[in-house]
Write a protein that binds this ligand. Structure first.
Ligand SMILES: Nc1nc2c(ncn2[C@@H]2O[C@H](COP(=O)(O)OP(=O)(O)OP(=O)(O)O)[C@@H](O)[C@H]2O)c(=O)[nH]1
Ligand SMILES: [Mg+2]
Length: 216
């Protein structure tokens, strides 16, 4: 049996960028603080941390995904990440750290050092980059071999592009059908930053919901 195919659904527009819910931080009461407590910070509730590693070839959309999840508009064009990039997103139960490592060839060497340290791996694929798909497949399988218990969400991004491969084709070309059925691998369609107007993002909200399920 292959991985679970997650069908995209259009997200409702929301003010809060992440569907886990924006958590209100406790604020100090209005007005001057009592004199003996003047220097004291309001006590913040300790939240548990969850770690998500976001990998994939350069230009697949990792930084865009992190920006969109944190409520920022996507940048125009591809600005390569020369190292690391991270965001912390609070939910009501825990905080999620998403760590991107750049996908250029000289950085891929470092990917394997991090897979054993995280709770979930997101592997971003450019669905329209047919030429480099064998590289994506090779890198993905190296990571799958490195930690057989790590849940993996493979994101088939850029589904808005006319040359994007279908989900069935991607499943086959990425070699996901042959994966042990005990293993948690999900293939999710997405258009995190669709190029033209009239095409909504069917992915980031769904990916976030799936991540929250896996992290709970
Ligand atoms: N058409 C289309 N373009 C997208 C989509 N998502 C991201 N992009 C574009 O893809 C390009 C690369 O995006 P990045 O997020 O910088 O790629 P990256 O994976 O972080 O790349 P590196 O940091 O070099 O590893 C940008 O020009 C994005 O606007 C999408 O869903 N559709
Ligand atoms: Mg990047």
């Amino acid at each position: 049996m292959g991985p679970a195919l997650v069908q995209p659904r259009l997200p409702a527009p929301a003010q809060c960028a992440w569907p886990g819910g924006c958590r209100e931080r406790p604020r100090p009461p209005p007005g001057p603080a009592p004199e003996d407590e003047e220097d004291e910070e309001p006590a913040l509730e300790e939240l548990e941390q969850r770690e998500v590693l976001v990998l994939g070839l350069d230009g697949s959309g990792k930084s865009t995904f992190l920006r969109v999840l944190s409520g920022k508009p996507p940048l125009e064009g591809h600005i390569p990440t020369w190292g690391f990039n991270s965001v912390r997103l609070p939910t009501k139960d825990f905080e999620v750290d998403l760590l991107e490592i750049g996908g250029s060839q000289n950085l891929r060497f470092y990917w394997k050092e991090f897979v054993n340290e995280v709770d979930v791996l997101v592997f971003m694929v450019d669905s329209a980059d047919r030429l480099r798909l064998p590289w994506a497949r090779q890198e993905l399988h190296k990571l799958l071999d490195k930690d057989p218990d790590l849940p993996v969400v493979v994101v088939a991004n850029k589904q808005d592009l006319s040359e994007a491969m279908s989900m069935v084709e991607l499943q086959q070309e990425l070699g996901l059908q042959a994966i042990d059925s005990q293993r948690e691998v999900f293939l999710v369609a997405a258009s995190i930053a669709p190029a033209g107007p009239g095409f909504e993002d069917p992915g980031s909200v769904q990916i976030w919901k799936l991540l929250l399920e896996l992290l709970s």
